[in-house]
Design a protein around this ligand. Structure first.
Ligand code: GAL
Length: 687
């Protein structure tokens, strides 16, 4: 009798790892850049810094296969053995992000072609076409040999497929693959013509062979074609990820497989990838010069956690100080680097890793910060790394803990893509900027939220925000409507419900499919003058009276069809038209914000919606403390002070700070750029 062994669940693979190791801590390790005698020193210093996981081999293909068909793994045997001897786990990468130069030299078709028709050359990285069958063949061959050799190596704890998938190729092989993808989606050229609306500008295709990627054209591309191209590129890369993942799974069913995503990166739709990752991993490089960086980091972390359905995720890459790829690279203090790491843990990460362990002497990243700078271990940066390693050990009780949210923000990649296509009312409206502005209000007021794709069942949420959903499908509109009817508060932003999934504009008054629930409808989208338009606030406006509310970027000629009007445009093309409305519906409410409000008015609306809902901040009643982030993960209450100034935050206690072991009662005294991780206490000492 054959007893079927059930497949392990994705999340349990990573949970098993962290249950053994505690929070992951480490970074990319590129030993091939250094002579073998450095490897032992690296391992010793890693151990001293409490590093327990390093990502090895991301860019090692040319070292494994210096000439076609060669296999040189001896050096990696030694690296993994040394790491294992020191108790350091390895996240072993498939080296497929950077093929050796010989591949492109012998097979130019493996090299990517850009939208202008230029074939890119080796000498950097990412020099492959995801559509190239020759590239795939070689990539899978080296992956197979690597996996077969190391699947049972005791150092290997996790697998890392490729690096930051995002490559695009517009070449002929990609064009053929695009046509195949379109054939699957539409079946016939006639259906494609219909979906792309090719009656416009004489674009009608008569045969599949005429269909191309949106390469450089004389004038604006067809937005439906451009949208399908984005979908195709994301799917094609996912296929490449899956092919490598499947090779790994054939030889190792136990260890988690992942790849490093890039937060709000437009190149792939992460909602369609998430189920294929055993742990969602993210690379994050907040700009130390950007005052919004902490709020934006929190937003990305909420996305990454939500992608995994709330399961712990992994900060796969970050920087200890400056990066080297911005035009001007501000450094980060060790305190800020630590704070950013703790922020990730607070918002659900079960590990913090950096690019990279030892800094590079040569190559394009020679000025990038690292965990072990070229100046050595006796440095400010490395001392900061050691301090963080100790902190993460103390945070072991956090492992596996979940961040619970009653607020959802809807975010959708195809909608973001389609709303950003050329030739629209304004190119100043960006769906992610709008999302940032709304999320920031929640973050500043210590309200935790999940991000959800459209059409997700919203049953667990009391407040549902839709900052912008240009492309709206029936099933998503139904989910939003159902949420409001059963008692949630729904807040919808401008330029929503404009198009269908083909990026065709819907006919009739907008926002299509949401008019009934919102009790409002519109007939014109109108770009607003550069200095915006003042709003007249109705007496029932929820914010402070007399505040000078302004609309900017885009407005809409709306008509209330049952909703209360809370603000109208005072002047200009939209004078007198509603800008903000509220509509009682079923057990809940539905608000519509038909413009981009100034940040203070955005806060007025969203906080009123929050009060009207059953959702609440982490510590209800606590006034906002500028720069202080408060989030609860499992039993641990994190307070993170992103400002350089000391903050005094009253927190009903008593508590113990896991980071210091000290009791905290009444008021948390938080120095600038510092954090506490509070658990109920104080712990009674029994001896
Ligand atoms: C990431 C990449 C790393 C390294 C890092 C530098 O995008 O995955 O390999 O280049 O940036 O910040």
């Amino acid at each position: 009798m054959v007893i079927a062994v059930p497949e392990r669940s994705a999340a349990s693979r990573f949970a098993d790892l962290t249950a053994r190791s505690g929070l992951c801590f480490g970074g990319d390790y590129n030993p091939e850049q250094w002579p073998a005698d450095v490897w032992r020193e690296d391992a010793r210093l890693m151990r001293e810094a409490r590093v327990n996981l390093v990502t090895v081999g991301v860019f090692s293909w040319a070292r494994y296969e210096p000439r076609p068909g060669a296999r040189e793994f001896d050096w990696l045997d030694e690296v993994l053995d040394v790491l294992d001897e020191h108790g350091i786990g390895v996240d072993l990468a498939t080296p497929t992000a950077s093929p050796p130069p010989w591949l492109g030299a012998r097979h130019p078709g493996t090299l990517p072609v850009d939208a202008e028709g230029v074939r890119l050359v080796p000498g950097s990285r990412n020099q492959f076409s995801p559509a190239s069958s020759v590239y795939r063949e070689h990539a899978l061959a080296i992956t197979t040999d690597l996996v077969v050799r190391y699947a049972n190596h005791p150092a290997v704890r996790m697998w890392h497929v490729g690096n930051e998938f995002g490559q695009v190729c517009y070449g002929d092989e990609a064009a053929a693959a695009f046509r195949e993808w379109l054939r699957d989606r539409y079946g016939s050229v006639e259906a494609l013509d219909d979906a792309w609306g090719t009656a416009v500008w004489s674009q009608r295709y008569d045969d599949w062979s005429e269909v191309l990627p949106p390469r450089r054209m004389p004038y604006h591309p067809n937005p439906s074609q451009a949208l399908d191209w984005r979908r195709f590129c994301s799917d094609q890369l996912l296929g490449l990820y899956r092919a490598q993942r499947d090779v790994i799974r054939a030889h190792d069913t136990e260890r988690p497989v992942t790849t490093n995503l890039m937060g709000f990166f437009a190149g792939i739709d992460p909602w369609t990838w998430a189920d294929d990752l055993d742990v969602v991993s993210d690379d994050a490089y907040p700009d130390p010069g950007d005052p919004q960086a902490p709020a934006d980091a929190a937003l990305t972390q909420d996305l990454v956690r939500s992608l995994g359905g709330g399961a712990p995720w992994l900060l796969m890459e970050s920087a200890t100080s400056a990066v080297s790829w911005r035009p001007h690279n501000l450094p980060k203090s060790p305190e800020r680097s630590r704070l950013e790491s703790l922020q990730a843990v607070a918002r659900g990460a079960d590990g913090v890793c950096f690019f990279q362990w030892r800094g590079s002497r040569s190559g394009a990243e020679r000025f990038h910060s690292s965990m072990l700078p070229l100046a050595g271990a006796d440095t400010r940066v490395h001392r900061g790394v050691r301090r963080l390693g100790a902190d993460l050990e103390r945070l072991r009780p956090v492992v596996g803990g979940r961040v619970e949210a009653r607020v959802a923000i809807v975010v959708d990649w195809p909608s973001w893509w389609a709303s950003g296509e050329v030739a629209r009312p304004t190119d100043r409206l960006d769906a992610v900027d709008q999302l940032r502005a709304w999320h920031r209000v929640l973050w500043e007021h210590h309200v935790v939220c999940d991000l959800v794709p459209p059409a997700r069942d919203l049953a667990g949420y009391d407040l549902v925000l839709v900052p912008q959903l240009y492309l709206l499908e029936e099933v998503a509109a139904q989910a939003l409507t159902d949420a409001a009817r059963r008692g949630a508060v729904l807040v919808v932003g401008p330029f929503t419900g404009v198009a269908d999934e083909r990026a065709h504009l819907r006919t009739g008054r907008f926002p299509a499919l949401l008019r009934d629930v919102l009790g409002v409808s519109g007939e014109e989208h109108a770009a607003l003058p550069d200095d915006g338009v003042p709003l007249d606030l109705a007496p029932r406006w929820p914010g402070r009276p007399g505040a000078g509310a302004r609309a900017s970027v885009l407005g809409e000629l709306l008509r209330a069809d049952g909703a209360d009007v809370l603000a109208t445009y005072r002047a200009g093309h939209l004078a007198g038209a509603p800008a903000v409305t509220r509509h009682g519906v079923g057990q809940g409410e539905a608000w519509y914000v038909g413009t981009v409000l100034d940040q203070r008015s955005t806060a007025d609306v969203l906080l009123a919606a929050l009060r009207a809902s059953a959702a609440a901040p982490v510590l209800p009643g606590l006034p906002a403390h500028p720069g202080v982030e408060i989030v609860r993960r499992g039993d641990v209450l994190f307070l993170l002070n992103h400002s350089p100034d000391r903050a005094l935050v009253p927190v009903p206690g008593p508590h113990v700070d896991l980071l210091t072991g000290e009791p905290v009662t009444g008021v948390v005294d938080l120095p600038g750029h510092d954090a506490v991780a509070l658990v109920d206490g104080p712990i009674e000492r029994t001896s």
